[in-house]
Design a protein around this ligand. Structure first.
Ligand code: ADP
Ligand code: MG
Length: 307
């Protein structure tokens, strides 16, 4: 028996699957962890300017719980401003942001939203506050009144998850940039967040430091956390399940990376390149090789070449 399915999408949070052979309709709904509805935001300097440009200009998004989403865009496109709306560091000037069912505009929800949706920034030096690694990781849970024995467990588990347990007694100033960033991630993990937003976490790291952070990000996604990765590196965006391209505070593209990176000419307009493997695949195609569309990772390209 052959089954024919037709898929209808409604917004970004539900799909209808209709089986034409057996006349059955299946509703598939995904659980949102973050929802933005027509979000606008302007910094005070932008409001004062004669012709104000908004940092966010009408953004509507639905982020699925447990998904891995990358956000890319040229400098000033609004990525960091958007990220700060995900955990109530900034509040929308228009529209609304709902995180884990709570409105960020409700002041009673601010701390719970920040606990459930942690943030890791570009510069690890700005995120570490203590002179001993394990004290730094304990800082968050201590602040929300977690009992001491549980804090010990959370600190140990979080440091082990980022491979920094052996360094727990050291001063952060003795660590490399990549190691400091891993401690910053452990500090967020110790709060047991459901979602972690990484704002260019590898921008200041050497290649080895970058690889370590990406492995941790992928592991966090595999164990079920929602991961949002803001990045300038298209290779990193290619690891995600969904890539959102921002331009001028608006969503320019929102799709799977294999689809997005088949639009080389359009991406160039937004000053965005391709991941190395996608660009190589394009060159091989121009030479007549039939590299399948959607080849965007080095593994995929190596696989094609070997076969
Ligand atoms: P991105 O992270 O994509 O580089 P940002 O979110 O930092 O972009 O910035 C979006 C826009 O808001 C830019 O035009 C930027 O100049 C402006 N902006 C960012 N931070 C501030 C600020 N603190 N005060 C005034 N304007 C800002
Ligand atoms: Mg930024």
């Amino acid at each position: 028996m052959i089954y024919f399915f037709v898929i209808y999408s409604f917004g970004s949070s539900s799909q209808l699957l209709y089986c034409r052979s057996c006349d059955i309709l299946i509703v598939m709904k995904f659980e949102s962890i973050i929802q933005l509805k027509d979000v606008e935001f302007s910094y005070p300097a932008q409001v004062e300017a004669a012709a104000p440009a908004k940092a966010l200009d009408g953004i509507s998004l639905d982020i699925e719980r447990g998904s891995f989403v990358a956000i890319v865009g040229s400098n000033g496109s609004g990525k960091s401003t958007l990220a700060k709306h995900f955990n109530a560091l900034l509040l929308p000037g228009g529209g609304e942001v709902i995180v884990c069912g709570m409105k960020t505009s409700d002041p009673e929800c601010t701390w719970e939203i920040r606990r459930r949706c942690g943030m890791v920034f570009q510069n690890p030096d700005n995120q570490l506050v203590s002179s001993v690694v394990e004290d730094d990781v304990a800082f968050g849970p201590e602040n929300i009144g977690v009992e001491p024995l549980r804090i010990r467990e959370l600190v140990d588990e979080s440091l082990k998850a980022v491979g920094m347990y052996e360094h727990r007694k050291k001063g952060p100033h003795l660590l490399s940039g990549g190691q400091k960033q891993r401690v910053a991630i452990a500090g967020v993990l110790a709060m047991q967040p459901e979602c972690i937003v990484f704002d260019e976490p590898t921008a200041m790291l050497d290649p080895a430091g970058r690889r370590d952070i990406l492995k941790i990000i992928e592991a966090l996604h595999e164990e079920g956390k929602t991961v949002i990765l803001i990045t300038h590196f298209m290779e990193e965006a290619a690891l995600a399940e969904r890539v959102i391209v921002l331009e001028g505070g608006r969503v320019a593209f929102d799709e799977a990376p294999d689809k997005l990176f088949s639009r080389a000419a359009e991406l160039e307009k937004y000053k965005l390149g391709l991941p190395f493997a996608a660009s190589m695949a394009q060159k091989l195609r121009a030479l007549g090789l039939k590299v399948p569309e959607g080849t965007i990772t080095q593994e995929g390209l190596a696989d094609f070449i070997c076969r």
